[in-house]
Ligand binder design. Structure first.
Ligand SMILES: Cc1cc2nc3c(=O)[nH]c(=O)nc-3n(C[C@H](O)[C@H](O)[C@H](O)COP(=O)(O)O)c2cc1C
Ligand code: SF4
Length: 459
């Protein structure tokens, strides 16, 4: 059934979304009728090294955000010894603007389980954890029911699929923090500790969960594996663009007529997603900017969007990133100070607090931006914001630091004229009313010369 799509034009093919939109696809009976577990059966007869080679050839990139080549990540796992090997499926889905993994877990959980069987075979894992965002109650119920059905059918559990080996899959509810989506914080959380990132090295492939070799992959990355083996890695690579293989689910939100999740080939032009699929900017308004890869991605001005294509390398070369493919559209009536304020508030709130540059830097950026939004900004604040962001970048334990710094720096640089005009007007943004001191922020410090090293202005 899935094979019929090979001859269709690439832009019209659908894989995961063709499954999760079908009635009852969460049940084993319907999933098997659609071909579920056929690829796992085939792959289990292959040598693990050959499975890894095939995934490398497919150009599958991690779809959780970083875009790391999946086959290469798997190849870092040492040969099987006495220690357990684990697969951890990252279903925390915390990046603002991203809402794709829940559709897979809710609509076609058996496709995810089939991908887990394939990945576990490749990395010699006997146990997989799916760490699911705590609010995703329905997806967790569906996943748990699918695991029960798969165990009863011998697809999981002891001697799964007649291999003579055991494969256990556990659903674990997340701890309710954005940082728990970062892979080492997630591992800490799974171990029952506070979800705070670990220093690397050692990387999880060598020392991960319970200090054993562990691969952490996003839900969507794992769920595409059955399709890659069905159509062949070369085809998957060919369907993609510029070093990113195949397809991905793009979450389109913000000021568009038809927000939603669209499954499209890697390298799809950004404007095609917004105009053809999303119905264009809402209310007949103009386009001001787009955040192309979840809130952590540096912003693109409208005039940059024409050349943007949605794959990892193209967006990286444009100074932004494909990230989790959370595409946020901003219309021309939105004040940039409001976008900036909400973004800074989020990262200030979510920093885990371990590293000083991140903990203090996100606080300073938020306080300065709030003051600007309240109509008490100074022109030099824009330079201070760029400086604080640059002091965070590269000086922290985990990539949250960059995730917090890059967007703010991009707004301050790319919308400098608009922000400067706002500061000079002395106006107060309506958005500032939602950010009172009594909503948890410490009081403003008004003393000149006191503050974070490198920040001389009193805020
Ligand atoms: C602050 C932060 C939050 C993250 N949140 C998520 C998340 O919610 N889901 C996810 O899959 N990856 C998230 N990641 C990326 C993971 O650390 C990791 O790279 C990813 O799960 C690996 O899977 P992939 O290679 O399949 O993309 C986050 C990273 C950072 C720095
Ligand atoms: S960068 Fe921020 S979120 Fe990451 S470990 Fe440091 S303080 Fe925590």
């Amino acid at each position: 059934m899935r094979g019929e799509r090979t001859e269709m034009p690439a832009s019209e093919q659908r894989f995961l979304s063709a499954l999760y939109t079908q009635e009852k696809m969460h049940t084993l009976k319907v999933a098997r009728q659609a071909g579920a577990y056929a690829q796992a059966e085939r792959v289990l007869k292959m040598e693990p090294a050959d499975v890894i080679a095939a995934v490398k050839a497919s150009n599958l990139r991690g779809l959780g955000g970083a875009g790391f080549p999946t086959g290469m990540k798997w190849s870092f796992v040492p040969p099987k010894g006495d220690r357990m090997h684990y697969l951890v499926v990252n279903a925390d889905e915390g990046e603002p603007g991203t809402c794709k993994d829940k559709h897979i877990m809710r609509g076609c959980p058996h496709t995810l389980l089939e991908g887990i069987i394939i990945a576990c075979h490749a990395i010699h894992a006997e146990k997989a954890y799916i760490y699911v965002r705590g609010e995703y109650v329905r997806p967790m119920e569906r996943l748990s029911a699918a695991i029960d059905e798969a165990c009863a059918a011998g697809l999981l559990g002891e001697n799964h699929m007649g291999t003579g080996r055991r494969l256990v899959v556990v659903v674990h509810p997340g701890a309710g923090a954005y940082i728990c989506g970062e892979e080492t914080a997630l591992i800490e959380s799974l171990e029952g500790k506070k979800g705070q990132p670990r220093n690397r090295p050692p990387f999880p492939a060598i020392e991960g969960l319970f200090r054993c070799p562990t691969v952490v992959n996003n839900v969507e990355t794992i769920a595409y594996l059955p399709f890659i083996f069905e159509h062949g890695p070369e085809k998957w690579s060919e369907w993609g663009h510029n070093g990113s293989g195949g397809y991905r689910l793009m979450s389109l939100s913000g000021h568009v007529e038809r927000p939603g999740v669209y499954e499209l080939p890697m390298g799809t032009p950004l404007m095609e997603l917004i105009e053809k699929h999303g119905g264009g900017v809402w209310k007949g308004r103009g386009l001001k900017a787009v955040i192309p890869g979840g809130l952590s991605a540096p912003i693109l001005r409208a005039e940059e969007c024409a050349d943007a294509r949605l794959d990892f390398n193209t967006l990286r070369d444009m100074g932004t990133m494909a990230g989790s493919a959370g595409v946020i559209v901003i219309d021309d009536q939105t004040p940039m100070i409001d976008v900036m304020l909400n973004c800074a508030h989020f990262y200030h709130d979510e920093s885990c607090g371990q590293c000083t540059p991140c903990r203090e830097g996100t606080w300073w950026m938020y306080r300065i931006i709030l003051r600007i939004a309240q109509g008490r900004g100074r022109l030099r604040d824009l330079d201070e914001l760029v400086r604080i962001a640059s002091n965070i970048e590269g000086n922290t334990i985990c990539a949250f630091g960059e995730a917090a710094a890059w967007p703010i720096r991009s707004y301050a640089r790319k919308f400098r004229d608009e922000l400067a005009a706002f500061i000079e007007s002395g106006e107060r943004s309506r958005e500032a009313d939602w950010h009172h001191e009594d909503r948890g922020a410490p009081p403003l410090i008004q003393i000149e010369g006191v503050g974070m090293p490198g920040v001389r202005a009193g805020v």
